[in-house]
Design a protein. Structure first.
Length: 503
């Protein structure tokens, strides 16, 4: 990763970008930027002389700045400091990897691993297996989808679950255990988050929606007063903090009074069901091998339909946009029914498995779909096993676009890397470049993937915020590998360079 610069204020000096292609495949142009805004666009060579920097870009491509519309920022910031278990093919392999790491770490220090996918494992994780190799060292292993955590006995004791029979915590219990066990000082966390933000800026990211399971408005306000972030941040609100936000009169999209003005109120995040890998996504059909009337055979509803309607109405009536996590087809149906009952706009996060009848309802109801294309690539084998005969309607990005739905692309980092070009390439190709495309009929054009990664911005016009990314190649005219590895020349947020290629 090249060296990055992570500063962002609206007091940056003016700049004229010369001979840059205005949008993917666009005309050569000169672009004037002042006070955090694009103030003028001229044909190449016609920008008048004016104070400030003049940067000749020699035909590189200027794009609207990219957003990652679904991030867990603290989890992502900490992930590179954890044991990577994504390659484990069994519970035994994951436990052995944890045991080897435990043997070389200081006694008593919490061991954290991440990224395991147990849906395809031939054996079952359990606390006894982990105890045998980690002893009394607290050990927390987090699944790739963040909906399941595997703890040894020492870690279970630390979070008040000492009598838990298996050591596998799911959904709400998992979220709380991860938050409690991985908490470090605000100073350390904020440093990690700044580093992660700088790395994101180096990939062209100018904004994120942060759905970290935390009091995000308080945490990001503190960070912004310490050092303005390199990104715009829409700070998501979870249920424990919703009423406090309402009492303060906060509304989604409201810019908060912090240095740089880059922090805004995000949506209200609510879980409608679980996840595919954990087999808790709520589906019409039972999971294979389970009797249809067995407990949990269809997944897990995190909120009842009446409560879903009540919470959507409560948040939306106070100007806070709901964003409801829904993965299974039954969960998506319930969430759309709730939006229809309340008649408010909002978001569905994930929308991974949809009944055909529900695809057009997103556009009809004005509900944005926050999708994570890398999940279609990473979870294809799990989907083939646990959603047999239904994967033609899993991650149906092309069908949603044809139906008029608004898609916003994200990573769900740390479930997938916070890199918009990996996200875009997955949406466009439905493959990681190694295997054949999975359900290629659901691929979407590069132009639509770019729009979905730029919160609907397609063009760059005078009066726009100067949130911009310069790429060395035209994304519309490149091969899939280059699209994934897109060479980013520079990134600007609110008129300030947050990344420039070292010279």
């Amino acid at each position: 990763m090249p060296t990055t610069t992570a500063t962002a204020t609206t007091s940056a000096p003016p700049v004229t970008l010369e001979r840059v292609r205005l949008g993917a495949g666009g005309p050569l142009s000169d672009v004037r930027i002042e006070n955090g805004l694009v103030t003028a666009v001229y044909p190449a060579g016609e920008a008048p002389r004016a104070p400030g920097e003049r940067l000749r870009l020699d035909g590189r491509t200027l794009l609207p700045g990219l957003w990652d519309s679904h991030v867990h920022m603290v989890q992502w910031a900490g992930v590179r400091r954890r044991l990577d278990l994504s390659g484990a093919r069994s519970a035994r392999q994951a436990a052995d990897a944890a045991g080897k790491r435990a043997a070389v770490r200081p006694a008593g220090e919490l061991l954290v691993g991440y990224g395991f996918r147990d849906a395809l494992w031939p054996d079952t994780p359990g606390k006894g297996l982990l105890d045998a190799v980690t002893g009394d060292r607290p050990t927390l292993l987090i699944s790739a989808d963040l909906h399941c955590a595997w703890l040894n006995s020492a870690a279970l004791d630390a979070v008040g679950h000492g009598s838990h029979p298996t050591g596998l915590l799911r959904e709400g219990a998992c979220l709380r255990a991860v938050a409690d066990l991985t908490a470090v000082s605000a100073k350390v966390t904020d440093r990690w988050v700044r580093e992660a933000g700088a790395a994101a800026a180096a990939r062209g990211v100018t904004g994120i929606i942060d759905f970290e399971y935390a009091d995000n408005i308080t945490d990001w306000t503190r960070r912004a007063h310490t050092a303005p972030p390199a990104l715009r941040v829409a700070a998501g609100i979870w249920l424990p903090h919703l009423d406090a936000a309402i009492r303060r009169g906060l509304r989604t999209g409201q810019v908060l009074d912090t240095p740089g003005g880059l922090l805004q109120v995000g949506p209200f995040k609510l879980l409608g069901d679980g996840s595919l890998n954990t087999r808790t996504a709520l589906c019409h059909d039972a999971y294979p091998g389970l009797a249809p009337d067995a407990p949990g055979a269809h997944g897990l509803a995190e909120v009842s339909p009446p409560d879903l309607v009540r919470l959507l109405r409560h948040a939306s009536s106070h100007g806070i946009v709901p964003a409801v996590h829904a993965i299974g087809d039954r969960a998506n149906e319930r969430v759309l029914d709730a939006f229809e009952a309340v008649r408010c706009h909002g978001r569905v996060e994930h929308g991974q498995l949809l009944a055909a009848k529900d695809v057009p309802r997103f556009a009809e109801l004005g509900v944005t779909v926050g999708v994570q294309p890398s999940h279609a690539v990473d979870d294809r084998d799990v989907a083939d096993r646990h959603w047999p005969g239904r994967t033609h309607r899993a991650y149906p990005f092309a069908d949603l676009l044809r139906a008029g739905a608004v898609l916003e692309l994200g990573s769900d980092a740390p479930v997938a890397p916070l890199d918009p070009w990996l996200t875009i390439a997955a949406a466009v190709t439905r493959t990681d470049g190694v295997r054949e495309p999975w359900h290629p009929e659901q691929r979407i054009p590069v132009a639509d993937a770019l729009t979905g990664s730029a919160r609907g911005r397609r063009l760059i016009r005078a009066g726009d915020p100067a949130d911009l990314v310069v790429t060395d190649v035209n994304p519309l005219d490149t091969d899939p590998r280059t699209l994934r590895e897109m060479p980013v020349h520079a990134t600007m947020t609110a008129g300030t360079w947050t990344y420039r290629t070292p010279t």
